[in-house]
Design a protein around this ligand. Structure first.
Ligand code: BDP
Length: 735
């Protein structure tokens, strides 16, 4: 009897197991084919919304592209690839005008039909790169037209139109006019000639120096397409810690192939140069900018480059920073140093982008340095020099106040440098959409000319009358199939381009666009993952360095926590320099009782940050050293608030994991599983960050972990040991 019962139970459980497995497999499988992410946001899948699909199919029957240039060819190629897939229908691509709806693309010079619409007023408002997309009745037929003043404007308009379809927008009465708000919308690659990418976590450099110039890898064109689709029009292809060899004839020839691949897509090529190039590859015995031979060498070099690449953008320069050579060796300042290069490229219409990322071991407060070095030079740079300033005064930290240089240089073209690659945000492992960080930086009010002089307004030349304007994004693109490693790093690349085009867009709307194009238009995906994206950066701040803490990273690779770091050759490489925690309190005093860096801001901002009560709590420890008992707005003590934030960060990651789990049915398995696995790593890392910091700060404050929060099981020594034992793959620092 017992035996029979056992067999029966065994059979029943076997049956249940098999059934559950079947059920699991069933819900597990979505009907989406696997994707490797190579196409990024240019996926051109069949339009998901049936009503919209119907609308598009009826409105677009023939495509008419006027003109004849490599850019026009690129437009035709893109449309003939995209439209049949998006609409799953055959269209005419032979420029025939049908009486059932056409897509007409041209300038008033190349298209008689567009010319006949008499759009000169509208066209005069959009400049060289802008576009107009609208519905227009021509010869009694409803058409959609894309008009611009140049072929490049048409290309941007084409991608914008495709975006409408990809995001399933209603196109029945279109009226879009758009033009970029800054001139140079640029990527900075920190790629070494060895193909290791500094702070890049997505494989080797895209640029295959070994097979260039002969082999034009089609990936270069896909790179250009993706960038042009978000309005990027410039790229510096090599590391700012530059190898002088980039200027040798051998490498210039290789660069020609890249420039040729980028040109149809409107992307100008820049190179980062090493300031000692005249010596290192030019055979001179000095690189003094005022030496006549050096001046001549740069002129000759520029002439040679422009001979080979007529639309070459110019030079990007990191000088006298982190050991890079520069004009200081000859007792010349940054302006003298930059101007010699500027003179060399000026006859060819080139620019010199001079970076303001400088800090020396002598300074009491690294925050102050760039401002103190560059403000006295305002007005001394040639007109074709642009100063490139990182968003914050230190270095791409999870949260920084804006750099006081924005708004302090009325006579020096100033552009904004943002970081897309997640050097300080968990590399290719953590989900941390940077759109919100970019938006926060861009929207910061400098008060340079009273309220409403945001960083975006400054770098677009609205506050001061800059000759050249721009934004640069440091990217990690590599030869990994999906370009960025973590699929969501693509969203920060996308957001950078969209914001560089129009800094008034919001991170939220950009995230929505990106998700629709990259994953699906299904609201059941968009709602939860939109929330995840919008909170992801804040989660990263919370589990690493909330309330204005900075730079608690392990030295070198910047991945894991090491708030205990002290006694390095330079104090500003240690964590204790930044948090200044002891048994009484924590934070960097930048008021008059400390470094007084707050004085670098315009009055209104200075007043806000100078006063502990008006400093937003997110920035509190950036500007004030406060006792652990300091009362926060919530009524908690600073100590309690800090610990709660650390715990909240971990909970946010767990919440992100749950949200991700909920969208399994709506996307392909491959990308679902990748992100899921990465979130698991992120959760583990977040716990490590939290416990390391909480235990370390507790060792100083002596205060208990607030009630209701689980105490870490392991002790501080264990977390310290992880700094030595956990391997972190990071090119240049470990390999
Ligand atoms: C820091 C990076 C370093 C870069 C430097 C820079 O750690 O690798 O070379 O910035 O911007 O963030 O020059």
């Amino acid at each position: 009897m017992i035996k029979r019962k056992f067999i029966y139970l065994f059979a029943l459980s076997l049956f249940t197991v098999i059934n559950c497995k079947a059920a699991l497999v069933q819900t597990y499988q979505s009907d989406k084919p696997n994707e490797d992410g190579y196409e990024a946001w240019l996926r051109y899948q069949l339009v998901e919304d049936a009503e919209m699909l119907q609308q598009y199919r009826s409105m677009i029957n023939s495509v008419i592209v006027a003109g004849d240039s490599p850019t026009i060819q690129a437009i035709s190629d893109e449309l003939s690839e995209a439209l049949p897939q998006l609409l799953s229908k055959q269209l005419l691509f032979d420029n025939s005008f049908t009486d059932s709806g056409n897509l007409i693309i041209g300038t008033s010079g190349t298209s008689a039909r567009i010319n006949a619409l008499g759009m000169s007023d509208e066209l005069s408002q959009i400049g060289d790169e802008g576009y107009i997309i609208k519905s227009a009745t021509i010869e009694g037929v409803e058409n959609i037209i894309i008009a611009a003043n140049t072929d490049l404007g048409l290309l941007y308009g084409t991608f914008a139109f495709l975006r409408e379809l990809q995001t399933n927008a209603d196109i029945s009465s279109l009226s879009i006019q758009s033009s970029p708000k800054v001139q140079y919308r640029m990527l900075n690659h920190w790629d070494n000639l060895s193909r290791l990418v500094e702070r890049g976590y997505a494989g080797l450099s895209l640029w295959e120096w070994g097979s260039l110039p002969e082999y034009n890898n089609p990936r270069y064109t896909d790179y250009a397409r993706l960038n042009a689709s978000i309005g990027i029009n410039a790229t510096a292809v090599n590391n700012v810690n530059a190898d002088p060899k980039i200027l040798t004839e051998q490498f210039l020839e290789k660069l020609v192939t890249l420039a040729d691949a980028f040109r149809p897509y409107g992307i100008k090529l820049f190179v980062s140069i090493n300031y000692q190039s005249p010596m290192r590859v030019g055979g001179l015995d000095t690189a003094d900018p005022l030496d006549p031979d050096v001046r001549q060498w740069w002129k000759d070099k520029a002439d040679q480059i422009y001979e080979m690449i007529p639309d070459f953008g110019g030079f990007l320069v990191k000088a006298d920073s982190e050991g890079q050579p520069g004009p200081f060796a000859y007792d010349r300042d940054h302006a003298v140093g930059a101007n010699v290069l500027a003179e060399a490229v000026e006859p060819h219409g080139g620019v010199v982008i001079w970076r303001a990322f400088v800090y020396s071991p002598e300074q009491e407060d690294r925050f102050r340095e760039a401002y103190d070095e560059f403000v006295p030079l305002d007005g001394k740079f040639n007109d074709n020099v642009i100063l490139q300033v990182k968003n914050g005064p230190i270095d791409f930290q999870p949260r920084e106040p804006f750099s006081p240089l924005f708004g302090a240089l009325p006579n020096t073209n100033t552009m904004l440098e943002l970081q897309i690659t997640q050097e300080y945000f968990g590399f290719d492992k953590h989900l941390a959409y940077q759109g919100t960080l970019f938006e926060e930086a861009i929207d910061s009010d400098t008060y340079a000319k009273g309220k409403g002089s945001t960083v975006g307004d400054v770098v677009s030349g609205n506050v001061f009358d800059y000759e050249y304007t721009g934004m640069a994004g440091v990217v990690n693109l590599g030869n990994t199939q999906n370009w960025t490693g973590h699929p969501f790093v693509q969203s920060s690349w996308y957001a950078f381009g969209r914001l560089a085009w129009d800094y008034t867009l919001t991170a939220d709307e950009i995230a929505d666009e990106w998700m629709r194009m990259t994953f699906t238009n299904n609201e059941r995906f968009l709602d939860p993952i939109g929330e995840v994206m919008m909170q992801s950066r804040e989660a990263g701040v919370n589990y690493r360095m909330p309330l204005g803490l900075t730079h608690l990273y392990a030295q070198g690779h910047h991945y894991g926590p090491a708030p205990w770091t002290a006694n390095l050759p330079r104090p500003d490489w240690t964590a204790v320099y930044y948090h200044k925690a002891d048994e009484n309190g924590i934070g960097f005093d930048r008021t008059e009782s400390g470094s007084n860096a707050v004085e670098q801001y315009h009055d209104e901002v200075e007043a806000m940050f100078r006063n502990v009560n008006t400093t937003p709590e997110d920035y509190l420890l950036w500007f004030h050293h406060v006792p652990w008992t300091h009362e926060m707005k919530s009524g908690k003590t600073l100590w309690e608030e800090l610990i709660h934030k650390y715990y909240e960060g971990v909970e946010q990651v767990r919440w992100m994991q749950k949200k991700w789990e909920s969208v399994k049915p709506f996307i392909d398995e491959q990308r679902f599983e990748q992100v899921k696995a990465l979130l698991k790593i992120q959760e583990k890392d977040a716990v490590r960050w939290r416990n390391s910091c909480v235990l370390y700060f507790q060792s100083l404050s002596g205060l208990p972990i607030p009630d209701g929060l689980d105490k870490p099981v392991r002790d501080l020594e264990y977390y310290k040991s992880l700094e030595r034992t956990v391997y972190v793959p990071a090119p240049r620092y470990n390999d």
